[in-house]
Design a binder for this molecule. Structure first.
Ligand code: C2E
Ligand code: CA
Ligand code: CA
Ligand code: CA
Length: 278
């Protein structure tokens, strides 16, 4: 048993080293990624449930590791690393600028842009220069602030008390709308969130996944929608994959839906095909 124990330990140590090595390797190739222009924005439609038309698009970051013909790396593999080492600040700023720039390009090409929802990470949100850099980007690109929204998780909001209200107030005053992302996974209540200048909440995919099978999830989703209604918040259901889920959300009066049922996140050349032309 002792020998076996040591083998397990040995195995565990190797697995840990592998993870650490992979982490180190990713972190060092991420260092030059922004300068080498290896990041790309993908866009995923958010649909109006009533009309089944495009309402907005969420901006999702991708990393083309090693340049043009490199592999496409999804955020779960690198966001935690750049969140930890602080690189999320310049990269996140690039995301906001690039989203604004893309919206302007679409406009200049005769398309009617829909609002773009950009994710803000907790670290980015805490960063002192955030408000100033948003202001500079709005100035520089000349974008209508109504065409940009920020998504922030409830956990990020709960972390920084008074400072949070102040930052949200500044962003709101610029005319940029705010949504609560991954709603239901943190520890906040909708009533509490009402203190913040938030217009929209996004129900986490965890509650949508088994909507058709689980009466409990249906009850939770119905309650979130009902309470949001009475607080005059819009609701987006995330991760909608089936017509059955869509029908249930419609029955419960959910306004917006996002998920593979409509589209996966797509590059800008595909996303622009979804935009109405003026
Ligand atoms: P999120 O903000 O909750 O974004 C939604 C995620 O769910 C996206 O994953 C999207 O591709 C995925 N998704 C959408 N519809 C479906 C569906 O029907 N089924 C399933 N299974 N998944 C669906 P993605 O693009 O891999 O992004 C993962 C997370 O990375 C995001 O979660 C967000 O927290 C973070 N992220 C992405 N881009 C950025 C960014 O620019 N800045 C920051 N700070 N975080 C980002
Ligand atoms: Ca999001
Ligand atoms: Ca989400
Ligand atoms: Ca999520």
């Amino acid at each position: 048993a002792k020998a076996n124990g040591r083998n397990n330990y040995q195995f565990f140590k190797e697995a840990m080293n592998l993870t650490a090595a992979r982490h180190f390797e990713l972190e060092s190739s991420l260092r030059g990624a922004l300068a080498a222009n290896e990041f790309e924005l993908y866009f995923q439609p958010i649909m109006d449930i009533g009309t089944r038309r495009l309402h907005a698009m969420e901006v999702l970051l991708r990393w083309r590791r090693g340049g043009a013909s490199g592999e496409l790396v999804t955020p779960d593999q690198f966001i935690p690393i750049i969140e930890e080492n602080g690189m999320i600040v310049p990269i996140g700023e690039w995301v906001i600028r690039e989203a604004c720039r893309q919206s302007k390009v679409w406009q200049s090409q005769g398309m009617t842009p829909v609002p773009l929802a950009v994710n803000l990470s907790p670290r980015q949100f805490m960063h002192r220069g955030l408000v100033e850099s948003i202001r500079a980007i709005l100035d520089e690109t000349g974008i209508d602030p109504a065409l940009i929204e920020f998504e922030i998780t409830e956990t990020a909001l709960m972390q920084h008390g008074e400072q949070t209200l102040e930052i949200l107030g500044h962003i709101n005053a610029m005319g940029i709308r705010l949504s609560i992302d991954d709603f239901g996974t943190g520890y906040s209540s909708l009533a509490y969130l009402k203190r913040f200048p938030v217009k929209k909440i996004k129900i986490d995919r965890a509650f949508i996944k088994d909507l058709e099978q689980s009466a409990e999830d249906r009850a939770i989703v119905a309650a979130i929608i009902a309470l949001s209604d009475s607080l005059q918040l819009s609701v987006v259901a995330e991760g909608v994959e089936t017509e059955g889920q869509y029908a249930l959300l419609q029955q419960h009066g959910c306004q917006y839906a996002q998920g593979y049922l409509f589209s996966q996140p797509v590059p800008h050349i595909t996303a622009q095909l979804l935009l109405p032309r003026t």
